[in-house]
Design a protein around this ligand. Structure first.
Ligand SMILES: N[C@@H](CCC(=O)N[C@@H](CS)C(=O)NCC(=O)O)C(=O)O
Length: 296
């Protein structure tokens, strides 16, 4: 940030700079405002440094202002992800539950190498607004949507609880997804293809990745079962009598594992109940019936 400001000041005449600093302390040029606004956008959206590479333009600034909670006008969303549920499913669910239209852009693995440089951090999911800013990071996107469409509780303590529950389930999903990636973070398009991604065959890698997500699962699940019981004796939702984004995260993170291991909830009866309650909720049920049927 400071180096960017220095770079913009470097184009100015020394006299002008002297005047500015003498009279006004610091007199920013137009370009400084652009950079500052870009940083403000970056900050507002919780986006990492990678986005600073993008040049601010009118559209981006408009997007940043309009998406503020003080202005209810709805941006046009494009959700970029692969042709699977994976990390994007919770976002699709929130869009559906809130009745918000969005473009569900799905990439085939064969397209990915061609497009990956167009995305911050070179991974998906990514939420694009009005064809302008592209925001990375699953949890940042989910939190943003939950805040915008009222799937977040109101009090700071409840937000905290809703966050850690969501984070715990995402932790399990992250390790599960990692199992389907090479060590270098690239997707393993073909699961018969073992190894470290360019480092030759090594089934130890698979054993380790499998052990890792099972270990994470076993550490987190007992606590989540207790957490569920803390409100309404676990007979409703994680936050009590209202479904929040942590319930959606729970379902989306568990779905694939549950297909792989149908008895995974045998030690967690309250969560088994929640899973069934969630999938039979009328709006969710209609979503589950209408969505694309994919393997993962
Ligand atoms: N920290 C990111 C990780 C995202 C991630 O790893 N996405 C995978 C797909 S699930 C990906 O895009 N991999 C890139 C690749 O295969 O090249 C998040 O939580 O959103």
């Amino acid at each position: 940030m400071s180096s960017l400001l220095l770079a913009s000041n470097a184009n100015r005449k020394p006299e002008a700079m002297k005047e500015d600093t003498a009279d006004l302390g610091f007199c920013p040029l137009f370009v400084d405002f652009i950079i500052l606004t870009c940083v403000e956008v970056d900050f507002l959206c919780g986006v990492t440094k990678g986005l600073l590479r993008m040049t601010a333009n009118k559209d981006e600034l408009a997007v940043a202002r309009r998406s503020s909670t003080t202005n209810p006008a709805m941006p046009n969303y494009t959700l970029h992800y692969f042709n699977g549920r994976g990390r994007a499913e919770c976002m699709r669910m929130m869009f559906h539950m809130a009745g918000v239209k969005y473009m569900d852009k799905r990439y085939e693995f064969s397209d990915w190498d061609r497009c990956r440089n167009d995305f911050p951090c070179n991974y998906l999911p990514c939420l694009e607004m009005d064809g302008g800013m592209r925001m990375p990071e699953t949890m940042a996107i989910c939190r943003y949507l939950a805040r915008e469409y009222n799937f977040y509780p109101k009090s700071p303590m409840d937000m905290f609880r809703c966050d850690y529950i969501s984070d715990c389930f995402y932790e399990i999903m992250h390790d599960y997804m990692r199992y389907y990636h090479w060590k270098n973070g690239r997707f393993r398009y073909n699961m018969n293809d073992y190894g470290f991604g360019g480092e030759g065959n090594c089934s130890n890698y698979d054993n380790y990745m499998y052990w890792r997500y099972m270990n994470t699962f076993n550490r987190i699940m007992p606590f989540m079962e207790r957490c569920l019981c803390m409100r309404n004796n676990g007979s409703q939702w994680f936050m009590g009598d209202q479904m929040m984004w942590c319930d959606m995260m729970f379902y989306c993170c568990m779905e694939n594992m549950y297909r792989d291991y149908p008895n995974m909830f045998s030690n967690y009866p309250r969560m088994m109940g929640l899973y069934n309650r969630f999938s039979s909720h009328p709006k969710i049920c209609s979503y589950l019936k209408s969505r694309c049927n994919t393997m993962w």
